[in-house]
Design a protein around this ligand. Structure first.
Ligand code: NAD
Ligand code: TYD
Length: 356
């Protein structure tokens, strides 16, 4: 079996669902269930004996030791993290605690467990750390996309904490020989995406008749990958990645934010037009920019493509259409995630955000 941390969040849940849809190997999900963790994401697994859920913190050494001894996973896939840049700007503490200290505790527990294994079990054990392209910093318009050897230049508390965790993972391989793999992926989108991030926020705000907030001039560029393509990349790296290596994961889909906003509006105009006949673009509102906002991310995924033969299955057009349709088809999920805690966040982040 495998242990998946952060498996009740956006990407982790997609990973667990896809894993169990494509094979029989059981999964133990460990998740703290922060505001971003949602057991509804895994509701379709209720009663499935291949899936076990444990609520807990990757920083809890005792719990980790017990879980590793009891379940004897052959691999650990670490998604658990605080993941939202804007929250890291307003309050970095949880990012330091989970992304740095938590990853350290997880590595320590895994190192001790792995050290106690022998023969084939030890040789085949894997620790896969899921990271982000944001550790590489920001590109100007003409610079080539990030390769795995690009220097680390994190600019936000979020990306700095992820960078620190990547360094710890690297060090545990170099120093102790822990069989690690690291993936650095671009911006994901798709089902179960918490609506504090750009794409799901646009969809839920548009449908609710609210403003579509665009930071600054809306010309910041992100490289978008459909979440299930990220999951297939992780499966492939886990299966065949070379130990100690880093693999960039990306969809070759660079887009300025404003183009994303227009695309989502156009899809909603087609699939769920406003009753007054006015287009959703009328709800676009330019707001104060994010402090230290990275201008451009772009991923060069050729290493993963050439070495491991991975390719994304979705284009941006097909992936964004599926995503918008998923949100239209799941109004109950959307209603449930917009709880009191979510409303508090929206108020803190946007109601004090002057329109420019
Ligand atoms: P998310 O915020 O949706 O989910 C994070 C999950 O981790 C939640 O279920 C949360 O409850 C859990 N968690 C948080 N702290 C924990 C702790 N201390 N112990 C155990 N569980 C804890 O995040 P996501 O978008 O699914 O991202 C997953 C991973 O992928 C993160 O490591 C993130 O840095 C990375 N990543 C995300 C993106 C993206 O576009 N979302 C892109 C590249 C990499
Ligand atoms: P986000 O989804 O938060 O991901 P990240 O910051 O990790 O790239 O934001 C994606 C882009 O969209 C980023 O450039 C910030 C911008 N953005 C807005 O313009 N408005 C918003 O309300 C949000 C949440 C993001």
């Amino acid at each position: 079996m495998i242990l998946v941390t952060g498996g009740a969040g956006f990407i982790g849940a997609n990973f667990v669902l896809d894993w169990l849809a494509s094979g029989e190997e059981p999964v133990l999900t460990l998740d703290k269930l922060t505001y971003a963790g949602n057991l509804e994401n895994l509701a379709s697994l209720q009663g499935d004996s291949r899936h076990t859920f444990e609520q807990g913190d990757i920083g809890d050494a005792e719990l980790l030791t017990r879980l590793l001894a009891q379940h004897q996973p052959r691999a650990v896939v670490n998604f658990a993290a605080e993941s939202h840049v804007d929250r890291s700007i307003l309050g970095p503490d949880d990012f330091i605690q989970t992304n740095i200290v938590g990853t350290f505790q997880l590595l320590e527990a895994v190192r001790k467990h792995w050290g106690g294994l022998s023969g084939q079990a030890q040789a085949e054990f894997r620790f896969l750390h899921v990271s982000t392209d944001e550790v590489y910093g920001s590109l100007c318009a003409t610079e080539p996309a990030f390769t795995e050897t690009h220097r680390y230049e994190p600019n936000s508390p979020y990306s700095a904490s992820k960078a620190a965790s990547d360094h710890l993972v690297r060090a545990y391989h170099h120093t102790y020989g822990l069989p690690v793999l690291t993936t650095n992926c671009s911006n994901n989108y798709g089902p179960y995406h918490f609506p504090e991030k750009l794409i799901p926020l646009l969809i839920v705000n548009a449908l609710a008749g609210k403003d579509l907030p665009v930071y600054g001039d809306g010309m910041q560029v992100r490289d978008w990958l459909y979440v299930k393509d990220h999951c297939s990349a992780i499966r492939r790296v886990l299966e065949a990645g070379r130990l100690g290596e880093v693999y960039n994961v990306g969809g070759w889909n660079e887009k300025p934010n404003i183009e994303i906003v227009h695309t989502v509006c156009a899809l909603l105009d087609e699939l769920r037009p406003r009753t007054d006949g006015v287009g959703y673009q009328s709800q676009i509102t330019f707001v104060k920019d994010r402090p230290g906002h990275d201008r451009r991310y772009a991923i060069d995924a050729r290493k993963l493509e050439k070495e491991l033969g991975w390719k994304p299955a979705e284009t941006f057009d097909s992936g964004i259409r599926k995503t918008v349709q998923w949100y239209l088809d799941h109004p109950e999920w959307v209603a449930h995630v917009q709880s009191g805690a979510y409303r508090d966040w929206v108020q803190t982040q946007y109601e004090a955000s002057p329109i420019v």
